[in-house]
Design a protein around this ligand. Structure first.
Ligand code: NAP
Ligand code: 8YV
Length: 327
């Protein structure tokens, strides 16, 4: 059980990329043990492993049952990012381990990237930039873009915190919105489709913003892409696992859909050569939340959740699978 943070030493594993806000964020009674990669964890002595009571997961590093099981006294996993498909939440719930994530502080930042990616993809910003840099503009005009937001209807895949922030931006841009999720979202008036393929038939643009993990694995598949049709644009700011990536590559190559804007990939940071060779894609290196200010706010929330827990208080953002009991 958590005790008085001012008096006792609290051993915490800092697991994942090094972050100044996290590394420097704890009071002196916290003893930090820093390991960046899964393969480094074997260097932790059994003595230290037995003392670890908290884990800060600072990036998308696998935090599975075997990893969690090697820390018998762990009480809390404070994970960076709103998505936590890299953490075995079911194991944590079954072993009285609280898991926290970093929602809300990144919502608007990620929504900005989604809309920017849609516009860059439809209006061909990347080839246009290359055209100017290559000195081509003085010789001829840049070709008109076949894509436009003006005649589009967007089907959101996911209508949670970030989905709603994206939809607000589309409202302001006068682009009609509908959405697919398992349940209708509370307080949302856009048309809800319980079936994703049915929605894809009625729209020409998908913006994907669901969690990753087994329940969404490859739900955007060949059937959905075919239903979207030859004017189709797919924007993915969720997780690469949500799209059947080989099916997407085929659809982009043979004109089943028009284009894609992707911030996330099935096997990051490896992006298939076939995808990198295509001209009708915009590819970003998972930068949805990656501004200095937003990343600092996420890091601070990782620290605050751990500190509050060991002060005997309620952490700010526990995940649904590990609700707080008695704080
Ligand atoms: P959220 O508020 O929990 O919203 C998730 C939405 O996805 C809800 O509408 C939910 O509705 C829907 N959903 C969940 N499981 C589904 C399923 N199996 N099929 C269809 N819809 C499903 O989460 P959020 O804060 O908006 O974040 C969403 C995700 O964005 C994160 O989990 C993360 O993977 C991703 N993300 C990416 C970046 C980036 O840098 N690219 C940054 C932040 C977040 P139902 O539960 O009713 O289905
Ligand atoms: C992070 C994200 O970049 O919050 C999420 O779910 O995908 C991003 O904000 C990711 O967690 C990388 O560590």
């Amino acid at each position: 059980m958590a005790g008085n943070a001012a008096q006792e030493k609290i051993d915490v594993l800092i697991y994942g990329p090094s972050k100044p806000v996290i590394d420097g964020g704890f009071p002196a009674n916290f003893v930090l043990h820093k390991f960046q990669k899964q393969s480094d964890l074997s260097q932790i002595s059994p003595d230290v492993a037995a003392r670890i009571r908290g884990i800060a997961v600072t990036g998308l590093v696998p935090t599975d049952a075997a990893m969690l099981g090697s820390f018998p006294k762990v009480e809390i996993v404070s994970s960076f990012g709103v998505g936590y498909d890299h953490v075995d939440a079911k194991y944590a719930a079954g072993h009285d381990i609280i898991v926290t994530n970093t929602p809300d502080v990144l919502t608007e930042e990620v929504a900005d990237v989604a809309l920017g990616l849609l516009i860059a993809t439809a209006r061909e910003f990347i080839p246009a930039d290359r055209f100017v840099r290559a000195g081509e503009w003085s010789k001829k005009g840049f070709p008109l873009s076949p894509g436009s937001l003006r005649d589009r209807k967007v089907g959101m895949v996911g209508m949670g915190r970030i989905g709603q922030a994206i939809a607000r931006r589309l409202d302001a841009s006068l682009v009609p919105v509908v959405y697919h999720s398992r349940n209708p979202a509370k307080g949302v008036s856009y048309k809800h489709y319980p079936n994703l393929a049915e929605m894809a038939k009625d729209v020409d643009t998908l913006i994907i913003i669901t969690p990753g993990g087994p329940s969404t694995a490859k739900i955007v598949n060949a059937e959905v892409l075919k239903a979207l049709g030859p004017r189709g644009i797919v924007v993915n700011v969720a997780r690469g696992s949500v799209i059947d990536e080989p099916a997407l590559i085929s659809a982009l190559k043979d004109g089943t859909i028009m284009a894609a804007g992707l911030d996330v990939f099935a096997n990051e940071p490896n992006v298939p050569e076939e995808l990198r060779a295509l001209q009708n894609v915009v590819l970003l290196p998972h930068i949805g939340s990656a501004s200095v200010s937003t990343r600092n706010a996420m890091d601070q929330l990782v620290v605050d959740n751990l500190k509050l827990w060991f002060e005997g208080k309620a952490p700010l953002t526990p995940i649904a699978e590990t609700p707080l009991k008695g704080r």
